[in-house]
Design a protein around this ligand. Structure first.
Ligand SMILES: Cc1ncc(C[n+]2csc(CCOP(=O)(O)OP(=O)(O)O)c2C)c(N)n1
Ligand code: SF4
Ligand SMILES: [Mg+2]
Length: 288
């Protein structure tokens, strides 16, 4: 059911890192002059997943861990839209993990923002797949999203931003959205977004983040080199941020380009009887 709502004030706790993401998404979209009616924001389930309620966009509140499936569906149905999926680390890396992995392989030109606060914020601070050992009794090693993303050979855009660096985040989201709008494929941006109520990492992350572009050997077109650089940075106790992968060749590799080309997509296609009589007859003949 489609309904019209005015954007409401965010329901997030004061100081939540998600405010930084909301501001950066707005700035990036405004900087690229993306018309509101062509912008679709699919939110996951969690504190982060309510982001679409706070912006003037076409918003969808997806099922938990299924936001990518819905965002991909929207883009394939109407490739002229700019489609962003945004949710939490629980949503994306626990229940949504299968969709997360396939999104890199499918390479549909949508942007996926994961607001990683290393906890299930909405359900009051349980351990998530990215939680540190010791957090709320967690004994498992934290999941490394950037290394996983770099390990899947596909022409994706991959980056990590930090809510404590709004300028850097806006620049990354702007590049990611441009990448999508040129039909180049899937863009994944993880944002380190502290949950000030259950897992306040602002101070620690501010000390630990390290812009990979300042490191020797930085070359985001070289997947192997970037995997090594990010792994070594992580093992040294720092958290790599910045652009981790941008394909060397600027091809239009998005799945929607391969499936639909420059056509209007199924939503806007003419499915009238007269235009398609021959195709429908062929279809019917195949059924008999
Ligand atoms: C199918 C299903 N399972 C479990 C839940 C309960 N639930 C709601 S939000 C959430 C996790 C939220 O964590 P995250 O995705 O990290 O978002 P955050 O609140 O931290 O932004 C869970 C498990 C649900 N809503 N639906
Ligand atoms: S509980 Fe945490 S993640 Fe949720 S709004 Fe509050 S600070 Fe943000
Ligand atoms: Mg979370």
């Amino acid at each position: 059911m489609v309904q019209n709502y005015k954007p409401v004030q965010p329901i997030w706790c004061p100081g939540c890192g998600d405010f930084g993401v909301l501001a950066a998404v707005k700035r990036a979209a405004a900087g690229l002059s993306i018309p509101t009616h062509e912008f679709v924001l699919v939110g996951g389930i969690g504190c982060s997943g309510s982001i679409h309620n706070f912006m003037e966009v076409n918003g969808i509140h997806a099922l938990h861990g299924r936001l990518l499936a819905q965002a991909v569906g929207v883009k394939l149905a109407n490739p002229s839209l700019t489609v962003v999926a945004a949710g939490g680390d629980g949503d994306g890396y626990a229940i949504g993990m299968g969709h997360f992995i396939h999104a890199f392989k499918k390479n549909v030109s949508i942007l996926y923002i994961v607001m990683n606060n290393e906890t299930y914020g909405l359900t009051k601070g349980q351990a998530s797949p990215t939680s540190e050992i010791g957090f709320e009794g967690n004994v498992e090693s934290p999941f490394m999203s950037i290394l996983t993303a770099l390990s899947i050979p596909a022409p994706n855009f991959i980056a990590r931003a930090f809510s404590g660096d709004p300028k850097g985040m806006t620049a990354i989201l702007t590049e990611a959205l441009k990448f999508n709008r040129e039909g180049r494929g899937f863009a994944f941006v993880e944002d380190l977004s502290p949950c000030v109520t259950y897992n306040d990492m602002y101070k620690l992350w501010r000390e630990k983040v390290l812009d990979v572009s300042t490191l020797e050997g930085y070359d985001p077109t070289d997947r192997k080199a970037m995997f090594r650089l990010c792994l070594e940075t992580t093992e040294s106790g720092r958290i790599p941020i910045g652009v981790m992968h941008r394909p060397k060749v600027a091809g239009r590799d998005g799945l929607e380009v391969k499936l639909v080309g420059d056509g209007p997509g199924p939503v806007r296609a003419d499915i009238g009887l007269e235009t398609n009589r021959a195709a429908y007859q062929k279809l019917l003949a195949g059924l008999s």
